[in-house]
Ligand binder design. Structure first.
Ligand SMILES: Nc1nc2c(c(=O)[nH]1)N[C@H]1C(S)=C(S)[C@@H](COP(=O)(O)O)O[C@H]1N2
Ligand SMILES: [Mo]
Length: 256
């Protein structure tokens, strides 16, 4: 019932939270209270987006003629970690994608094995939080194909992507990582891409394998994927916020 004191109180709480968010907009100082408000703003974005656009909806796809001639590589463009350099120098012949964590049958797949699976090609618009976009064509294996092969355990809630690169370019810096939920993991356009614009994916764009998760912003699209892990929670991974940039204050859910 909408008239009970309990409900009125929680409605008031939500209304105040909204006012707080509006008051905060445009304010650069983010203290502890501010962070909490931003977190609730993210919650609101997630809920609003779920109401307005079904998470399963496809991102727009474009024509070959619309592919950007210069797709800017961003973030790490040439990982320095010794294990990556060794694989790269051998043309990624020894590369294997590990799929583990909360799965029934862990996988270890070479690039030819990944390419032997059914592929998907899509031309989509990449949207970086820094304010640029670019249209590119991506070919890869659907993440869902691999997850079904490995068999997710019922406790699995998120898929974590562990990458080779440390953005600090020091070999012992924290390595890039990202995570998505199972709605995005099973989305038809969520692929592990090995080709870009009809050619083998180059090092600046994440060779040999990078994520495309087309309903989210650029930083979610993990490049240089080393290992995929199914988890129940990402609390114990690095900073506990589910991604390299999330640990540094970015939103975990970056829907577009
Ligand atoms: N491993 C890894 N993945 C990453 C990054 C990175 O630095 N390291 N940068 C992210 C950001 S912010 C963007 S915009 C895209 C850039 O992809 P591109 O280099 O193909 O343009 O990769 C994302 N994935
Ligand atoms: Mo980005």
């Amino acid at each position: 019932m909408s008239g009970t004191p309990m409900n009125r109180r929680s409605w008031l709480g939500r209304a105040l939270a909204t006012v707080g968010v509006v008051a905060l907009a445009g304010c650069q100082r983010v203290g502890e209270a501010g962070t909490r408000l931003l977190v609730s703003a993210e919650e609101l974005t997630l809920r609003a987006q779920r109401l307005l656009i079904p998470r399963e909806a496809l991102a727009p796809e474009y024509d070959v003629s619309e592919i950007s001639p210069d797709f800017k590589p961003n973030g790490s463009i040439s990982p320095a970690a010794a294990d990556y350099v060794a694989l790269r120098d051998a043309g990624f012949a020894d590369y294997r994608l590990e799929v583990g964590g909360l799965v029934e049958r862990p996988l270890s797949l070479s690039l030819p094995e990944l390419r032997a699976r059914p592929g998907r090609t899509q031309i989509t618009k990449h949207d970086c939080v820094e304010g640029w976009t670019a249209i590119g064509q991506w070919t890869g294996v659907r993440l869902e194909t691999l997850l079904d092969e490995a068999g997710l355990k019922p406790e699995a809630k998120y898929i974590v992507f562990h990458c080779f690169d440390a953005l600090t370019q020091t070999e012992d810096g924290p390595r890039y990582y990202e995570s998505i939920d199972l709605i995005d993991a099973r989305h038809p356009q969520t692929i592990l891409a090995y080709d870009m614009n009809g050619e083998v994916l180059g090092v600046p764009h994440g060779a040999p394998l990078r994520l495309r998760v087309e309903r989210q912003l650029g930083y979610k699209h993990a490049k240089y994927i080393r290992r995929i892990e199914a988890v129940e929670s990402f609390d114990d991974i690095q900073g506990g916020k589910g991604g390299y940039w999330e640990d540094r204050g970015y939103a975990w859910y970056a829907g577009i």
